[in-house]
Design a protein around this ligand. Structure first.
Ligand SMILES: C[S@@+](CC[C@H](N)C(=O)[O-])C[C@H]1O[C@@H](n2cnc3c(N)ncnc32)[C@H](O)[C@@H]1O
Length: 266
């Protein structure tokens, strides 16, 4: 297995890892983590797994809830992400971070009380096999929380509709499943999960300010499209300048919906 997965269109190298970390520290994603944590209903002493833990923000919060008598394991295939997670969680002895692939976990069956998997499955080809593997390592009665985004339903106020469509087509190619939420319920059911519930978590920004989720996202998308030769430097500047103008006109609008699925292993 490669250390850094090139999952269809994204490599989680040091630069991307830092950029993901910045995006995930915004208040919008902190709120999403709080919802995920609440849905998992963790207890002191639990053994928990964060699948594709990235920069370690969620695994740290999970570890704080389960306390020193618990065990929080974060796994990821990106060295750069694991480095960030180690920096973040170094002071918590109940955290273990491992370079493991979610598709083949070196863990015995029925081990974990709870599993979180946020923004990872969109990069995975064989979702049935991946969810079967997560079901295998979860204890009967254990809870799983899976969070994914409907990137095809992202809406924003722009004067440049054709350009925006071209850019979102490129974004579509970055993930294997850019609108995975529509398929997650049957996938979870077929992997043996029951009591499946779903909650929508919209990310809405009405200002284009540095430090909010969408400003980082649109800038990152412009950079990615430029790097891939999909748009020119002028087009990137025009696209972003329009958002600055919208902000000045109090007309900026961005929304994308995340979906938090929770389920129990029967
Ligand atoms: C968009 S980030 C999400 C990080 C984290 N779950 C969060 O929500 O903050 C996706 C992460 O999934 C990891 N990943 C992708 N494919 C993986 C696989 N097959 N096994 C484990 N981790 C994987 C990537 O390296 C990356 O850190």
């Amino acid at each position: 297995m490669p250390t850094d997965p090139v999952n269809a269109g994204v490599t989680f190298d040091a630069k991307t890892a830092r950029s993901v970390e910045r995006g995930y520290m915004t208040p919008e994603i902190a709120h999403q983590r709080a919802r995920t944590l609440a849905a998992l209903d963790l207890q002191t002493g639990d053994h928990v797994l964060d699948v594709g833990c990235g920069p370690g923000l969620l695994v740290r919060e999970m570890a704080e809830v389960i306390g020193l008598s618990g065990q929080a394991t974060g796994i990821d295939t990106s060295t750069a992400m694991l480095d960030l997670a180690r920096e973040r969680c170094g002071d918590l002895p109940q955290v273990t971070l491992r370079d493991d692939d979610l598709r083949a976990l070196p863990t015995e069956a029925n081990h974990f009380d709870a599993i979180a998997c946020t923004q990872v499955l969109l990069f995975i080809e064989d979702l049935a096999a991946a969810l079967n593997e997560l079901a295998r390592v979860l204890k009967p009665g254990g809870r799983i929380a899976v969070l994914e985004t409907d990137w095809r339903g992202c809406i924003l106020n722009t004067d440049n509709n054709a350009l925006t469509r071209r850019m979102f087509d490129t974004w579509d190619d970055v993930a294997v499943s850019p609108n995975l939420p529509v398929r997650l319920h049957p996938l979870l059911r077929d992997a043996g999960f029951s009591d499946i519930e779903v909650e929508g978590i919209p990310i809405i920004n009405t200002t284009y300010e540095k430090g909010n989720f969408s400003s980082g996202f649109v800038r990152g998308l412009a950079r990615k499209c430029k790097d891939r030769g999909v748009i020119s430097d002028t087009e990137a500047k025009t696209w972003l300048a329009d958002f600055e103008q919208k902000d000045r006109d109090d007309a900026y609008f961005f929304c994308v919906n995340r979906y938090l699925f929770t389920a129990v292993k029967a």
